[in-house]
Design a protein around this ligand. Structure first.
Ligand SMILES: [Fe+2]
Ligand SMILES: [Fe+2]
Length: 207
């Protein structure tokens, strides 16, 4: 992979178009637009908004799934080669580390971007406690972006009618956990349960 060669949105989109499947590319465009929309919708201002030629929501959305099409062994190999530490749940299920690997790949492609953006990309897969507004918006956008076929526009409106970004994320996370349980896919990861407990605490405190 060439390093530090991408410096504009158009160059980044061009790279993604060449390196992702068509449906993943469309998904990343949807997540980029929707992250910006969610940040605006909830009037979020407390995050690093721009870096070089990129805006936060657009950049994080575009790169969040750079590693999503890697196989488990490729994820593990990448982490080993680049000394990226995996959580126990990621060792058991390497696909959960695609956020971490995507964040690292994005830095190699575009340069050292803000740490809060890096953390948002890392955490988009399972969530975790202490996510800032950018990280929550990316998490929400990944679930509700327009190309997700399992949601209707009414579902999207219902989520976005939540009174705060915290409430919106909580509604989505609870539905995700219920969905995994019903389909018998897997139990919620420890990180997802940490996010759930953290959001419940924020809601209890009224923010
Ligand atoms: Fe993802
Ligand atoms: Fe995604």
């Amino acid at each position: 992979m060439s390093e530090n060669t991408i410096s504009t949105v158009d160059e980044l989109k061009d790279y993604l178009k060449k390196n992702l499947s068509e449906h993943r590319y469309i998904h990343t465009l949807g997540v980029a637009q929707t992250t910006e929309k969610v940040l605006r919708h909830y009037g979020c201002t407390d995050y690093v908004k721009t870096w070089n030629n990129f805006s936060a929501g657009e950049f994080c959305g575009l790169v969040h799934d750079l590693a999503r099409e890697k196989r488990d062994q490729e994820i593990l190999d990448y982490c080993k080669t680049n000394s990226l530490e995996l959580k126990p749940e990621e060792v058991l299920s390497p696909v959960l580390a695609h956020g971490l690997v995507s964040a690292h790949m994005a830095a190699r492609l575009c340069g050292e971007y803000p740490l809060s953006w890096y953390r948002a990309i890392c955490l988009h897969t399972t969530g975790d406690r202490e996510m800032d507004d950018l990280a929550l918006s990316l998490f929400v956008a990944d679930f509700i972006e327009p190309s997700r076929k399992f949601l209707t526009d009414d579902d999207r409106k219902r989520y976005l009618s939540s009174s705060s970004l915290t409430e919106c994320t909580y509604a989505i996370l609870c539905d995700m956990i219920e969905h995994w349980k019903r389909k018998g896919y897997h139990d919620a990861s420890g990180s997802s349960l940490s996010l759930k407990a953290d959001l419940e605490e924020r809601i209890r405190r009224g923010n």
